[in-house]
Design a protein around this ligand. Structure first.
Ligand SMILES: [Fe+2]
Length: 207
């Protein structure tokens, strides 16, 4: 089947996507247990009543190899204790599939972690393209004071494995406020590195 081409407008304020086929949201309650300060999480839930943390509108033509899924993500600014709001994060189920993010509005970070546990940070502002290479776990973080809006695109057959982060008790680093309006990386004391066999299995995915 040959699809019809089209153009769609990105709304940098609402995070809307013209021609999108779906939308999903993650609220603070969906991210329970992921932040360092569980008390601060509970307090925020009480005060704000399970606020939205991020919303995604996307276009998914299917899951066929060679096709492309793309969309817009809008992340709300905020912190749980001293830790900035983040997305759940994942590695692609087909780990050799890449992704790009293109900043539209706001100030954010892409936190990347290799299978061996190395951390990289890419700062994303308006008109910044972030290349997420194959094999990197990735999570985005709003470190600004306004909504962070980004466009993304990845191969349709990538899939997402969210469990990789859970199995290591989180990512190796947390992105926390430095107390001066900026951010800093803090080691996650609960982090469990992946063993050599797990790393090798991930990297052998290159088809
Ligand atoms: Fe991804």
């Amino acid at each position: 089947m040959i699809r019809e081409p089209f153009g769609g407008v990105v709304d940098v304020v609402t995070g809307g996507l013209g021609g999108g086929t779906g939308r999903y949201e993650k609220k603070l309650g969906d991210l329970d247990g992921l932040y360092l300060d569980a008390d601060a999480h509970e307090k925020l839930m009480r005060e704000l009543g399970n606020p939205l943390v991020y919303a995604v509108e996307d276009f998914r033509p299917g899951t066929q190899a060679g096709d492309l899924i793309y969309g817009v993500t809008r992340m709300i600014p905020g912190k749980v204790g001293d830790e900035f709001f983040f997305t759940r994060g994942h590695i692609h189920a087909r780990a050799d599939r890449p992704e790009i993010y293109y900043g539209q509005q706001g100030r954010g970070l892409m936190q990347l972690e290799s299978p061996e546990g190395e951390t990289r940070i890419v700062e994303i502002g308006p008109q910044t393209i972030c290349y997420v290479p194959p094999f990197w776990i990735h999570r985005s973080i709003n470190v600004g004071e306004e909504d962070l809006v980004m466009v993304f695109a990845y191969p349709s057959d990538s899939g997402q494995d969210y469990g990789i982060i859970e199995r290591s008790n989180g990512m190796r680093h947390r992105v926390m406020s430095d107390g001066k309006g900026g951010w800093q990386l803090v080691e996650n004391a609960d982090y469990r590195p992946r063993d050599a066999a797990t790393v090798a299995a991930l990297l052998s995915d290159y088809a």
